[in-house]
Design a protein around this ligand. Structure first.
Ligand SMILES: Nc1ncnc2c1ncn2[C@@H]1O[C@H](COP(=O)(O)OP(=O)(O)O)[C@@H](O)[C@H]1O
Ligand SMILES: N[C@@H](CC(=O)OP(=O)(O)O)C(=O)O
Length: 419
């Protein structure tokens, strides 16, 4: 069996959804599980709705716009205005409005309950539409099989339970037709909705592929495959025909946003190839990520925006020893901060991480007694993997460099973010 994943860009309007189903039509004769994300920018919109509702502000204006977006999508896809999908989606709207009017104690739990509706709505509409195209399609609520802990907004998978449930439920459904489910969402043991962190639908596809021992997982994107850089930022990019799991894992770690970083491991563990293909040109080869390549890795350029650099300096002239370092790392881990670069001297440690709301304040409050803490925002991290000297010179000359670091294959420049 195969697993496909279609992200927000591939289902951003009715034309895109029709194109997605054209692709499915080619493959649905063999067992197929399809994971979808929310349509277009719905997740961003629902984040705004939820934040407004949390503050008892005006959530209705943005929500009405999102409802209209989905209504227009359905009007475009379903010729029959009496089609049952309209009533089903109305019920979902009603459920979400109830959630938005509930008094929540935990911001993150409320976030997951609300934002997950992006995927629930898209999968409901698309499953009905696929059926109208004469393809048998079973809708699966991913929350019934993807089980997680209670870290709302960035939940961790309970692997044993998830694998067991997928193995128990999905093969039966696949006997009746293709299965359509949601990326990004799961639930706790007690049934509360969780999400796997932004852009987590690629990871969901990898989880399903792993549990079902799929022959391959295909992620359909608006690019021809994995390129040596984001084509939105760099001209004349080159597509990789194939790369190793190792290369792909490193690229995503440093911030190549084409695939979610957690996607690679579940596939590599079972040696399931990952194909990244263009939904605009489905006949083209795309990029194949698999095991054991001997080819020399090519240079690639990766950008990470909105970085903060933080320096911890000892308060006396005692050196920054292992005990100090472990205290800092322990707290960074507790606040779920992933370091993108780090440097140390005898008296200080400098780290760089994604500048997310409240993180700087949390770290400062926790460690200010022990260290002098300074920080600088609005930075960009540029990672040049398998770099060449001319590439380093080109990027160094074009930016104001705040810090830099190099190893044998990776050159990192922390620079002031250009507008
Ligand atoms: N190395 C890269 N190769 C290809 N695309 C990249 C790369 N790095 C970043 N991207 C960006 O990833 C985008 C596709 O990912 P994303 O927008 O998350 O898709 P979706 O949300 O539809 O799953 C591309 O449009 C491109 O701008
Ligand atoms: N809809 C979620 C999950 C996701 O992965 O989306 P996409 O596949 O469009 O990146 C998000 O926007 O974060």
């Amino acid at each position: 069996m195969k697993v496909f994943k279609f992200g927000g860009a591939s289902i951003k309007d009715a034309k895109a959804v029709r194109n997605m189903v054209d692709i499915i039509e080619i493959y649905h004769q063999e067992p197929l599980l399809v994971v979808v994300s929310a349509m277009g920018k719905t997740t961003n919109a629902l984040e705004v709705v939820q934040a407004a509702a949390w503050e008892n502000g005006d959530w209705k204006t943005e929500w009405e716009k999102r409802k209209m977006f989905h209504d227009e999508m359905m009007a475009n896809l379903f010729a029959d205005p009496e089609h049952e999908v309209f009533a089903v989606v109305d019920t979902l709207y009603f459920q979400l409005e109830e959630i938005l009017q509930t008094a929540w104690e935990d911001f993150n739990a409320m976030y997951d309950a609300v934002v997950s509706f992006g995927e629930i709505l898209s999968s409901t509409i698309i499953a009905h539409y696929i059926n109208t195209r004469g393809i048998a399609c079973k809708w699966l609520d991913a929350r019934s099989v993807i089980k997680t802990d209670e870290r709302f907004r960035e939940a961790w998978i309970s692997w044993d339970m998830t694998t067991q449930r997928i193995k128990m439920d999905v093969p039966m459904l696949l006997e009746e037709g293709m299965v359509l489910t949601q990326g990004f969402i799961g639930s706790t043991i007690s049934g509360e909705t969780t999400t796997l962190a932004r852009e987590g639908s690629d990871f969901s596809a990898a989880i399903f592929a792993n549990a079902l021992d799929a022959e391959s997982a295909t992620i359909w994107k608006d690019v021809p495959g994995i390129l040596n850089a984001d084509p939105k930022r760099v001209a004349n990019t080159v597509k990789f025909e194939e790369i190793s799991y190792y290369e792909a894992a490193e690229m995503t770690f440093y911030g190549a946003s084409v695939i979610h970083p957690k996607t690679i491991k579940p596939l590599a563990d079972k040696e399931i190839p990952l194909l990244v293909k263009s939904f605009e040109h489905p006949e083209d080869e795309g990029t194949r990520i698999h095991r054991g390549l001997k080819t020399a890795p090519l240079p690639n350029i990766i950008f990470k925006d909105n970085q903060v650099m933080m320096t911890f300096k000892v308060r006396d002239l005692a050196f920054l020893n292992e005990e100090n370092l472990s205290l800092i790392f322990h707290l960074l881990n507790r606040f779920n901060i992933k370091l993108n670069m780090l440097q140390n001297t005898a008296l200080s440690l400098t780290v760089c991480f994604d500048n997310r709301l409240e993180k700087i304040q949390e770290v400062k409050e926790a460690l200010e007694d022990q260290f002098i803490i300074t920080f600088q925002e609005d930075l960009q991290l540029i990672t040049l993997r398998n770099y060449t000297i001319p590439l380093v010179e080109e990027y160094s000359a074009a930016h104001e460099i705040i810090a830099e670091q190099k190893s044998r294959s990776v050159f990192q420049l922390l620079v002031r973010q250009l507008d």
